[in-house]
Design a protein around this ligand. Structure first.
Ligand SMILES: Cc1ncc(COP(=O)(O)O)c(C=O)c1O
Length: 383
């Protein structure tokens, strides 16, 4: 080994040791509120807090995505361009579509808001009683129209027949979240397909498939083939869930090219995208090993919660997602949420008038264990 090589190896080792020491100092500082080394911004949950309220996948971003985003971050001086084209072409190729059927957006929310605002130009949005309506509320906030809801089925599912019967001239878009949030329930794929084909003859159908990749049979549960067959269906997908990239904000919509163009007028385009998020998405799009790992952890967490709620005399809806909707019986979901917060477990409170239903996300297994441990204590305190 040459002298200069020896010196490089030595300096590398010193730098490595120094960065390890700095790493451990930073880790200590993160928990010490008075430390001047404490990071000024908290990018994730504070240490010791189980964050189970936002349906994130804490196992992401994947190792390949982390590497890619660090490289791309260093090129942050440059506007996106090739990376947008690359990701669109990967998605297009995977589904056997041409690129004009696809648009990227900042998370799927960016695209979902554009779809809602587009729909609001000519009517109302029809949805089930309970669905992920956060983005569709744009139609009401901008006084463009309203969200019209149909009642749920007896088993808390989406009543597709009732939805179909409710499509009249005032409805410009029909929205179905599948699997649904906050219920976690999946629709029968054949029924959903028939519904989409019929309903899309009357109004554009938006299938929000944020959790599709978490289901047991993602391909069968997706409505993307209907777009390919020419039906007026928009499918929304995201890198926030199975890919564990919620903070990197990449999502996409698949629809007829003229619908994609039309939505482009309402706030989606390259300008909402960032190089690091795109790089991470490109690196993880077909990372099946990582996706399998995430799915496995989420299933494990669901089993832990299922066992715990059963042991405490509760039930939950069948979930195909990274969250569960728990029936608390007589207990108020907001009081339960507040009780869990005292135990450093963050979960969701009441949805609409579902006063006794509580949504919990499948986070890291140790965080889910905190929920499991706190459950009897919190339930007892509210009995
Ligand atoms: C059903 C559904 N769709 C869309 C989103 C939006 O996610 P993002 O904008 O991160 O893609 C969420 C977020 O929780 C969701 O639950």
């Amino acid at each position: 080994m040459s002298v200069s090589m020896n010196r490089r190896v030595f300096l590398g080792a010193v730098a490595g040791a120094a960065s390890l020491m700095a790493g451990s100092r930073l880790a200590e500082a993160a928990t010490d509120k008075s430390s001047p080394l404490r990071p000024s911004v908290q990018y994730g949950p504070p240490p010791g807090v189980a964050r189970l309220n936002a349906n994130e996948n804490p196992y992401g971003p994947s190792p390949a995505a982390l590497k890619a985003l660090a490289e791309a971050g260093a090129q942050g001086a440059y506007y996106v361009g090739d990376s947008v084209k690359k990701l669109i072409s990967m998605i297009a190729e995977y589904h056997g579509l041409s690129p004009e059927y696809i648009t990227l957006s900042p998370g799927s929310s960016g695209g979902l808001v554009a779809a809602a605002v587009m729909a609001g130009q000519s009517g109302n949005i029809l949805g089930p009683d309970l669905f992920w309506d956060t983005t569709s509320r744009a139609i009401e906030q901008q006084e463009l129209g309203k969200i019209v809801r149909t009642p749920k089925t007896g088993d808390m599912g989406i009543d597709l027949d009732a939805m179909y019967a409710s499509i009249d001239d005032s409805v410009s878009m029909v929205q179905v979240t599948n699997p649904n949030n906050p219920t976690g329930m999946l629709l029968d794929p054949a029924k959903m397909r028939d519904f989409c084909i019929k309903a899309s003859k009357k109004a554009v159908v938006l299938a929000d498939e944020a959790y599709n990749e978490l289901t047991d049979m993602p391909e069968q549960n997706s409505m993307i083939p209907l777009v390919k067959q020419g039906h007026n269906v928009i499918v929304a997908r995201t890198f926030s869930k199975i890919y564990g990239m919620a903070g990197l904000r990449v999502g996409y919509l698949i629809a007829q090219p003229e619908v994609i163009q039309s939505m482009g007028r309402y706030g989606i385009g390259w300008y909402g995208l960032n190089q690091a998020g795109l790089a991470a998405a490109i690196a993880s799009y077909e990372d099946h090993a990582f996706m399998d790992m995430s799915r496995g952890k989420i299933r494990e967490a669901r089993e832990m919660v299922t066992d715990a709620i059963k042991a405490n005399g509760l039930t939950a809806l069948p979930s195909q997602t990274n969250f569960m909707f728990v029936n608390l019986g007589d207990i108020n979901a907001e009081a339960f949420r507040a009780g869990m917060e005292k135990e450093k477990v963050m979960i969701r409170g009441i949805y609409r008038d579902y006063n006794n239903w509580s949504r919990v996300s499948m986070g890291r297994l140790e965080d889910v264990q905190m929920y499991v441990n706190a459950l009897p204590k919190v339930l007892d305190s509210l009995a």
